[in-house]
Every structure is written in C-alpha cells, then in structure tokens.
Design a protein around this ligand. Structure first.
Ligand code: SF4
Length: 322
C-alpha cells in the first residue's frame, strides 16, 4: 500500500482558504490548452448536460477489462501478480461490453451512421483487438510485480501555488492512474513505481498530444508520496508501437508546474484572460461547451414580426429560427 510520510500534514492543510476551490484534472488542463473559452464556459455552467461518449467507448471497455483482470489475477503472499490468464481476460469482454452500453448519468451514446448495429460491431471488434494485443504486454510488464490498477487516492494530493503576495495557495490535483507498477523494491516502504496509462487509440497522431499527461501525473504522484515515479509511459495495444516510454525530467516538471500556476492565477483572477483565439476552430467540432459558446451561438435577435432568431457559425452559416 502506498503511504505518504506527510499524509497527515497534507490532510490538515487548508487547500482552499479564501481562494476559489480548484481541483485540477489533466483533462481540464488539456482543455485549457485547446481553448480557454471552453474552460471559462465550464466554470460558468456552459457544459452540455449530456455528453456523447461513443468515441471513448472502446477505451473504456478495454480499461475495465484490464482492471478487472488484474483485480482478479492470482497474487503471491506479498501481492505480486503470478500470472494473467488470456482466456480469463478475453472472457471478461462480453460482460464488460454489455455494462458499458448502458450510459452513465449525464452521458449518452450517439452512434455513427444509421446502422447502429454496424457501428457497435465496429467498436466491439476494436475492443477485442485491443484486449487481445494487451494481454502479452501485461504479462511482460506486470507478472512478478505489484500493481495497482486504476489508482485513485481517496484524498487527492495538495499542490502549492505561489501567490503574488508571497503566500501559497493550495489546490488539489486529480490523480487517476490506469496502472501503477512497482518497478523496484528498495529500502523504504514504498519502492520505485511506474506510471502507465492505457490508450486504446488507433491513431499515432494522438500520442504526442497526450504525453504531457504523464508529467501531470508525475507531479501529482510526487505531491502525494514525496517522490517522483521511476518510469512513465503509454500502453497502446492498437498501434504498431505498443509501448511509448518517456523520461520525465526537471525541465518537464517545471514547465507543467508553470502551466498549473498560470491556470490557477487565471481562475483566481476571474478568468479574465480566458479568451478564445481564432486558431481554435478545429477544436470547436464536438466541443462540450459548443452550445453556450459566443463564437458559435450569437445573441438572439428579434425581427420586426417579433420572431426570435439565433445565428450559428457552422460549416454552412445561416439563420435558424428559435
Ligand atoms: S466551441 Fe470552439 S471556441 Fe467555443 S468553447 Fe468550444 S472550442 Fe472554444
């Protein structure tokens, strides 16, 4: 079990004080990189009440299969995984798939095209291929080691942000690691652990965009445990290159810390600099705050007959009657 020497002290710190409460996740920070307007709309309640999770379904299924397989794998008396049974892993897929077809509250599954069955089959086949390819990777990486799948501490780590008056404001970093692997056992109680994230993507181009996630988790892990992780990487079972291992150094950590500080100062300053530059057009497609975004939906106007109209900037701009 991971225990932090400073745990009690962290628990007792006032993370929030007089400042606006912030629990910052990687996905929120990455939204902030994509479009600051989007984050501003999140803060002001502009997010759609239902989110289409169709594009995340394959990843969710494979992640759940991995988690349940590892939770049920045989372990020795000191908690090291002894083996991972391929049939057991593949056999979990149908049940996990059925469960994932029921969307959680606030989520919906909007299928592509008119043939729902064909779209579902396509995603299920992708999940089967990813699970099948993931099995030997897991055998190689975790057998003989201690692992914690879906590591989410009950209390998220506190992170100090310097304030202009010389003080420190504390926020919490949201930590949710797909796979924490003990790489080495050393003198202390903790040992050396690796942060690994599973990505069931079929696109190589996605990888560079998400490598910074590992640096974010590295800082959060250090804030929680007092030491940095030893290894960091992505497991990508659907790509030719199945392991993307990176070396996180102090320069990466400084850069990530500086982004986190910028984010917090913006929120505490009232999000005044959360503006949306023009180049973010591509990000608008499928944006969860699209319906509240002034760039897309312009203020309603009334015509001389008293009808209310709204103008939408889409690929085919035009007027739509409300
Ligand atoms: S619709 Fe586009 S500009 Fe508006 S918040 Fe979303 S990404 Fe930003």
């Amino acid at each position: 079990m991971i225990l932090n020497q400073d745990e009690i002290e962290l628990e007792q710190r006032d993370c929030y004080g007089k400042l606006k409460t912030i629990t910052l996740s990687w996905s929120r920070l990455s939204d902030w990189f994509v479009c600051k307007q989007r984050v501003k709309l999140y803060h002001t309640g502009g997010r759609s009440s239902t989110i289409n999770t169709r594009n995340f379904l394959c990843g969710k299924v494979v992640d759940l299969v991995m988690r349940e397989t590892l939770d049920n794998a045989s372990r020795d008396s000191s908690g090291r995984i002894q083996s991972i049974d391929r049939d057991d892993m593949m056999g979990r897929l149908p049940d996990v798939w059925e469960r994932c077809l029921v969307p959680e509250k606030g989520r919906l599954l909007q299928w592509n095209g008119k043939d729902v069955k064909a779209d579902q089959k396509k995603i299920l086949n992708q999940a089967k291929a990813a699970t099948s390819s993931l099995h030997p990777i897991l055998v190689d990486k975790v057998v003989g080691r201690r692992v914690i799948p879906e590591f989410r501490p009950a209390t998220m780590p506190a992170f100090g942000v310097p304030l202009p008056d010389g003080g420190v404001g504390y926020i919490r970093l949201f930590l949710g690691i797909d796979l924490l692997i003990q790489e080495e056992e050393d003198g202390d109680r903790l040992g050396e652990w690796g942060i690994w994230d599973l990505k069931a993507t079929a696109y190589d181009s996605y990888i560079p965009k998400t490598l910074w996630q590992l640096v974010f988790y590295d800082l959060a892990y250090q804030a929680l445990t007092g030491k940095y992780a030893k290894t960091h990487g992505l497991i990508t079972p659907l790509l030719d290159k199945k392991i993307h291992s990176i070396v996180v150094d102090d320069e990466h950590r400084d850069q990530m810390a500086s982004w986190i500080v910028q984010y917090c100062h913006s929120v505490w300053a009232g999000e005044e600099d959360f503006v949306s530059p023009d180049k973010e057009k591509e990000a608008c497609f499928g944006c969860p705050t699209r319906n509240a975004c002034p760039k897309i939906v312009h203020p309603l106007t009334k015509d001389e007959q008293g009808l209310t109209w709204a103008r939408f900037d889409t690929k085919r701009p035009g007027l739509m009657k409300r």
